[in-house]
Ligand binder design. Structure first.
Ligand code: GLY
Length: 450
């Protein structure tokens, strides 16, 4: 069955069916955690397992050995990739089921295949990856998982073994982790890159990862070393937006039902074809949609755009989205309007309390956009005048001055220059930064003495 022949189901139905499937099989449904967890090692929740860490480490008794939840996640570490493909999002919903020392590899694979069949995914379009092992970390290949997939009738050519970067899941730092097996949907050879090496893990649109089954066997320490946990747990993550892409028969996550009201308004504000270069236009639309949706969920945590930590993440998202608006010819604040349309698209996924707080978000975004508009206008003019030197690099000192004198964010400046095929002399930038720091230090000392 091709995706277009699958029965289209709404994102909220996918959530309901997933949670009902697992609660019907002895899992306790937990409310999703906030995006900000006090004492967490990450600024925002990045995975569904994060709120469960004390259970996975055997430090606390879980309310049930089988758990399920819908978790909001925000990952901005690769924010630059948003817009370059049909699937990359900073904010996404992760559907998860967990076994805390209960079922293991066979159990989770059986459950996953049963639910995928219920959703209408045909077995012959599914591929899987497993962990190939890593001699430097002294980790063996995950042969047991390969055996389980073979036992389920998967042909060896659709079981791909990959290394630590692809199939060993960690939180990006310390914490529970382990080898994983990922389930991919083959969207068809016509979407492939055509390379002989094209397989799950390839960056092209053909193979879409839909579900990650992680075998939590280790705890990772800050120095990267691993210690075996007292028991094996299973942590799974299914990206709601990706599954919606397939089950709704659309080309990208940005065309799924959750995005529709905001997409419609954005198209009114900037009709399709407004930019000569269609890939620049597509990237701009995707960044605006992704970042505004993230701003909705970050804003609902009570975070406002600002200079520090989480506030700066929100500020960066708003500023990047605002700048892409300019590329589409939108010269007035518009994100406040879009954020409410995202709230409308996600209405069922918001709590009553969140729905009541929504009214503060448009002004918050509009104020940030307005503050940024002036900086952007003057900064863009100055950027236009920067020309690369003989070494082909744009002066880092000039870029630093743009930041120090006009408040123009250097990461954004570098991004704009990169879009024009230009690189920055970052060592010159660092030198200018150090000089500036020294001047500030001396002047602060003088000021203190006077
Ligand atoms: N915790 C599994 C995942 O985020 O993919």
């Amino acid at each position: 069955m091709q995706t277009s022949q699958m029965q289209s189901i709404s994102s909220t139905s996918i959530v309901e069916r997933y949670l009902a499937f697992f609660t019907g099989r002895g899992h306790l449904e937990l409310p999703g955690s906030p995006l900000v967890i006090a004492g967490s090692t990450t600024s925002f929740t990045i995975a569904g397992m994060q709120p469960l860490l004390p259970y996975l480490r055997g430090q606390e008794m879980p309310p049930s050995k089988r758990l399920t939840a819908l978790q909001r996640c925000l990952r901005t570490v690769d924010v630059d990739a948003v817009g370059t493909n049909e699937r990359k999002l900073t904010f996404f919903h992760m559907l998860g089921n967990w076994s805390v020392g209960d079922y293991g590899k066979r159990g989770v694979i059986e459950l996953a295949l049963e639910l995928l069949r219920d959703f209408g995914f045909e077995r012959h379009s599914l591929w899987v990856t497993t962990f190939a092992g890593d001699p430097t970390l002294n980790l063996p290949p995950d042969e047991q998982t390969v055996e389980e997939w073979l036992r389920q009738g998967f042909p060896p050519e659709r079981i791909v073994s990959l290394g630590v970067d692809d199939n060993f899941w960690t939180m990006g730092g310390p914490g529970p982790c382990g080898p994983d097996t990922e389930i991919f949907y083959d969207r068809g050879v016509e979407l492939g890159c055509g390379k002989t090496t094209c397989q799950p893990g390839c960056d092209c649109p053909r193979f879409l990862e839909i579900w990650n089954l992680v075998f939590i066997e280790y705890d990772r320490f800050p120095d990267g070393s691993l210690a075996r946990l007292p028991f094996l747990s299973v942590d799974t993550g299914m990206g709601l937006e990706r599954v919606a892409l397939l089950l709704q028969g659309v080309e990208s996550v940005f065309e799924t039902d959750l995005f529709l009201p905001a997409v419609a308004r954005l198209t009114e504000l900037a009709p399709v074809g407004v930019v000569g270069n269609s890939s620049v236009e597509q990237r701009a639309r995707r960044i605006i949609l992704d970042h505004t949706r993230s701003a909705l969920f970050v804003g609902l945590e009570g975070i406002i755009p600002g200079r520090d930590e989480r506030n700066s993440v929100l500020r960066r998202l708003v500023r990047r989205a605002s700048r892409q608006g300019r590329i589409l010819g939108i010269d007035h604040p518009f994100l406040g309007e879009l954020v409410l349309l995202f709230a409308q698209g996600h209405s069922i996924l918001l709590t009553e309390q969140e729905r009541q707080c929504l009214h503060i978000l448009p002004d918050m975004l509009t104020n940030e956009e307005t503050r940024f508009a002036h900086v952007l206008t003057t900064g863009l003019k100055r950027l236009d005048k920067l020309i690369p030197g003989e070494d082909g690099l744009v002066s880092g000192e000039d870029l630093f001055k743009l930041h120090a004198e006009k408040g123009f964010p250097s990461d954004l400046a570098a991004e704009i220059l990169a879009e024009r095929g230009l690189q920055v002399d970052w060592s010159g930038y660092d030198r200018a930064f150090e000089q500036h720091r020294e001047i500030s230090r001396v002047s602060a000392e003088r000021h203190f003495q006077s």
